[in-house]
Design a protein around this ligand. Structure first.
Ligand code: GUN
Length: 283
């Protein structure tokens, strides 16, 4: 069993991004800029946004966070997005999800300039990704693909089971796998017999948000298991969606939680924002 070290890979990518930021600054006087919109006071969302801002600082980006109260209305958020769309110092816009219930998330994502949509959630980028065109790709599934690349895991013809079909993780993950010629099986909360699907797969990728959902008897010997879940238990500990202790001995490769996919999500956000900033050079 080999651990896939997301933290080490994310650090390597951050160093590469920081180097490219230095070059962009010295050769073109361009500083990549990221704007984050955070609505409400969900502690987990605040923690994620803090981590994203710190990462921006580490690689030399310009970053601003718009903290908005829960009581804000949709038009005010869209007004702020339009202002950021027009700001030439900003290359990437990220609206931290989930948004409060009274806000229409689709209307908010639709307001983001697709050329600054570094989260890849705008329908324009989703469509481009599905058809295999150049697009901003959502950071978590993109991070998983980078892990496969780093560990020379070939996806062509592999049976891959994706557990969870969210717009942020499961659906884009399935598209990227399909584009890499894997055979993809997407399961979700209405799937009749989850084990029936996971136990046949060469690779199982789990983003369901259910602590220790995947048990040892649901995984085939020698399978690769990627755990996207981050769940905080009542005792304060962090666990994934996989029962790591019992599943790991059966795997050829597995990601830990923490230190697996989580750091890769942030590294990909930096990478997408850098790519967006580089397009300023040719303008
Ligand atoms: N909420 C959970 N994951 C994400 C993410 O990758 N991007 C944003 N914007 N919100 C999230």
């Amino acid at each position: 069993m080999q651990l896939i070290d997301g933290k080490a890979l994310a650090n390597k990518i951050q160093e590469q991004v920081a180097q490219e930021v230095d070059d962009l600054k010295s050769k073109h006087n361009i500083v990549p800029g990221l704007a984050v919109i955070l609505v409400g006071d969900d502690p987990a969302s605040h923690a994620y946004v803090r981590m994203k801002s710190k990462a921006c600082e580490r690689v030399g980006f310009y970053s601003i966070t718009h903290n908005m109260p829960d009581s804000i209305n949709q038009e005010e958020i869209i007004g702020t997005i339009e202002m950021i769309n027009a700001n030439p110092r900003i290359d990437g816009i990220l609206v931290q999800l989930p948004l409060p219930k009274h806000i229409d998330t689709d209307a908010i994502l639709d307001a983001i300039d697709p050329n600054k949509d570094v989260d890849g959630f705008h329908p324009c980028n989703v469509g481009r990704m599905v058809t295999g065109l150049d697009a901003f790709v959502p950071c978590t599934p993109l991070g998983v693909m980078k892990m496969f690349e780093e560990y020379n895991i070939n996806l062509q013809g592999k049976d891959v089971c994706v557990v969870g079909a969210s717009n942020i993780v499961g659906k884009p993950m399935a598209s990227l796998l399909l584009n890499a010629n894997a055979t993809v099986d997407v399961t979700h909360i209405y799937t009749k017999d989850l084990k029936e699907h996971t136990s046949k797969a060469d690779i199982v990728i789990v983003g369901a948000g259910v602590p220790k959902l995947i048990k040892a008897d649901m995984i085939k010997e020698g399978a690769i298991v990627i755990d996207i879940g981050i769940n905080r238990l009542e005792d304060g500990s962090l666990v994934g969606d996989v029962d790591f202790e019992n599943v790991a001995p059966k795997c050829s490769y597995i990601t830990p939680v923490p230190g697996g996919v989580g750091p890769m999500t942030i590294a990909m956000l930096l990478s997408n924002t850098l790519d967006s900033a580089k397009k300023r050079v040719s303008k």
